[in-house]
Ligand binder design. Sequence first.
Ligand code: OSB
Ligand code: MG
Length: 378
Amino acid sequence: MLETIAITRITLREIHLPLRETFRISSGMTSTRRILLLELTDRDGVATWSECTAGERPNYSPETIDTAWLAIGEWVAPRVLGREFGGPQEIHAALERDFRGHNMAKAAVEMGGWALAAERRAVSLTATLGGTRAKIATGISLGIQPDPESLARVAREARAEGYRKIKCKIAPGADLEYLAAAREALGPDAPLMADANSAYTLDDADHLARLDELDLLMIEQPLANDDLVRHAELQKRLKTPICLDESITGVDRAEDMLALGAGKIINIKPARVGGFTSAKAIHDLCAARGVPVWHGGMLESGIGRAYNVALASLANFTIPGDVSPSARYWEQDIVTPEWTMSEDGMVSVPYDRPGLGIAVNMDRIDELTVRRARLVAE
Ligand code: OSB
Ligand code: MG
C-alpha cells in the first residue's frame, strides 16, 4: 500500500557545519551549527532524510540537539518504529498522546513521515502538503551587528541582492538607533521588520512604542516565549503589528493569540509546533481568519530547507519567509543542487521532483559527522 507508512529504521547523525558568519540574536550567538540529521528507512527500503532544528542551547526553546537526541531515541522512535500508520497525520497523533513537549524531536520524525509518503508516491513533498506555488518569496534575517552603521550596510547589501524582507534582530541597547539606521539606508517603502526573541518586558512598552515611527512590517516576539497575556497588552499600546514565533507551539496557542489579540501575524516553523500536521492546521486556521503567516527559519542545512521550501509553497504564506539560499549560511551545503535565490528574491520550489527535490551529498555528510546511532524496532 502506497499510503501506509511503516518506518523500520532511523539513523541519527550529528554533523558540525560552520556558518559563514556568526549569527547573533538577543539570547545568544551561533558560529557553528551542530545539526541533527535523521535518515528514515521504511519496510520496502524507501529512504529519506530529515533534520531536527533544535539549537545547541535552550535559549530559543527548551529543547536542544542533545535533548532531542535523547527524546528521539527513548520515546519518539519506539512509538513509530515497526508500526504501520495510515499517513503522516497518524504519526503526529501517536506522538501527542501522553507525551508533553519535545516538539522538535517529534517533528523530525513526523516530517520525515511526510517525505516518505512523497517518496513512496514519487511525487514532491510540496504536492503531498498541498503547496500551490512554484516559487517562494525570500527574506533575510540579519543578526545583531556591532553598531547601527554596520546594520545599515548589511541591510543595504541584502536589499541589493534581492531579498524581499529585511529582518533585523534587536535587543535592549541595540534597537531604535539600529533600526532607524536601517530604515534610513533602505528608504521609507522597504519591507523592514525586527525580531526581539523575547528580550523585553511590558515595562519596555513605551520604549517599544517608539518603533511605530519606523513603519515596520511587524515586531516579532518582543516578550517572553510562553506569555500571550502580556503580548495582548503590548499590542494595545503599539501600532506596529506583533508577530509571534516562540509563543506559538501548536494550533491551540494560535487560537489563543487570536482570541486575546496577542498578535496579528504568525511566524510558522514546523519544528516548533511538532511537525507538518500541526503547521498545516495553524496555516489553515490563519487562512480562515484572514491572518497572514510566513515561514521562519532555524539556520537549517539544505535538508531542513527542503522541508521549509515545500511548506512555504502553501497559499497563506503571503509574507516573504526566512528561507534564504544555501550560500547565505554555508561555504558548502550538504545537498545538490544547493538552494539558490533569483535576483528578484525568489526560491524555486522543486514541485516536479519526487520527495525533497534535492540529493543529499553523502561524502560531505560523512566528513562532517561526529556521532551516529542506529534505531530499529524492538
Ligand atoms: O527567531 O527566527 C528566529 C535563528 C535561530 C533561532 C531563532 C530565529 C532564527 C532566525 C534565523 O531568525 C532565520 C534563518 O534561518 O535564516
Ligand atoms: Mg523569531
